[in-house]
Ligand binder design. Structure first.
Ligand SMILES: [Zn+2]
Length: 373
């Protein structure tokens, strides 16, 4: 029930739209609430022509003006209507607070959170606690790390033991101002820190052969991303084992020539593991033995060719970075596929045809890796 006392309470509050929504005023007597530019409005309120108070009043719902002040912009005979409109808008569209605690919501949150704004505090908390480990500082890893840094996690650690080559400078913006021969992970961290204006990232010059080193880094992370330019089953296997043992979630990213793979994200004890994914992959092959022979040679130390084009890397890295907020923000009990690009599935895009597929992530009951943990 809305009554005079409620109105009196509201007058001392300030209101603003939840993140993601924005006002538009096509005419001074019209107000729209929108989530996007290219499409219909969610709310379209039209006063009579000449009633400029509509835009004057609603544009003041910006988190800085008390309702008591704003209502002065509305002719008295409409006050009752305005309270009714506010009552209708409040549950879905408005954040209510007292002036002293109101802060302007950061742009970076507005765009991605959209209708999930109610979970904003949860996301912010998760990011403030996120200690991210990224394997790879090549085309894929450098792009992914710089994108991910925009979320401003607590800490970003980049593991890479290669030196900057002429190719790195030509193919990855992060290295445009570095010299050939510098350590790649450290250079990438410098770029990110310069962008962030603080010590957000650290480059770790660590060989992927150093199991103890890998274990320590993974153990101290809340999330691991593997973004190597070359198909690297030996590293995937190692990360998979350690992540399962230490119960750390990790995500897979690969550009394999014309094929781009984003995800899945593995959740120890909940989702299947990388080995389950391999079993699924092989079960779809006509000649799994030919693949197995190649995979084994890679595990023995042969290097797969670098099939990652910088342009495909932009796409793949962008997709996973956009999903990262969902991976950090989700509490284990709320993990559900609809809330993320890479939970329970892998996005596969064929860049020749631009056909896109979702491969479901299936936990194999007879998996020798995650089934026995
Ligand atoms: Zn498994």
């Amino acid at each position: 029930m809305i009554n005079k006392e409620t109105h009196e309470e509201w007058l001392d509050k300030v209101y603003q739209l939840r993140p993601g929504y924005f006002f538009s005023f096509p005419k001074p007597h019209e107000m729209q609430i929108r989530l996007k530019s290219w499409g219909e409005s969610l709310i379209w309120l039209r006063g009579r022509e000449g009633e400029d108070w509509v835009s004057h009043f609603f544009s003041g719902l910006d988190g800085f003006h008390r309702l008591r002040e704003l209502i002065q912009r509305v002719p008295r005979e409409y006050h009752e209507n305005v309270f009714k409109i506010l009552a209708a808008l409040r549950p879905r569209f408005l954040i209510e607070s007292t002036l002293s605690t109101t802060t302007r919501i950061e742009k970076r949150w507005q765009q991605i959170l959209g209708v999930r704004a109610t979970a904003m505090e949860e996301y912010q908390k998760a990011l403030a606690e996120a200690r991210v480990l990224i394997f790879g500082a090549g085309k894929l890893g450098s792009r992914f790390a710089t994108s991910l840094a925009q979320w401003n996690p607590q800490q970003l650690m980049i593991v890479d033991d290669e030196k900057i080559t002429r190719n790195d400078i030509e193919e990855s913006p992060a290295y445009a101002f570095f010299e050939v021969g510098e350590n790649r992970g450290e250079a990438l961290a410098k770029t990110i820190n310069r962008m962030a204006g603080r010590t957000l990232a650290e480059g770790v010059n660590l060989s992927y052969e150093d199991l103890q080193g890998l274990r320590e880094r993974i153990e101290n992370s809340t999330h691991v991303f593997v973004a190597i330019d070359r198909y690297s089953p030996a590293l995937y296997d190692k990360v998979n084992h350690i992540a399962l043992e230490k119960k750390v979630r990790w995500s897979f990213l690969l550009v394999d020539g014309w094929d781009l793979y984003v995800g899945p994200t593995f959740f120890p004890e909940q989702s299947g593991c990388y080995h389950c994914l391999e079993l699924t992959k092989k079960s779809d092959m006509q000649k799994p033995a030919s693949y197995e022979a190649f995979r084994e040679s890679l595990i023995r130390g042969e290097k797969a060719p670098d099939l990652c084009s910088p342009i495909a890397a932009d796409l793949a890295a962008g997709f996973l970075a956009a999903d990262a907020i969902h991976l950090f923000g989700l509490m284990p009990q709320r993990i559900e596929a609809e809330a993320s690009l890479t939970i329970g599935r892998q996005l596969h895009v064929n860049l020749r045809t631009f056909d896109a597929y979702f491969h479901p992530m299936i936990k194999k009951p007879r998996c020798t890796v995650c089934g026995t943990v």
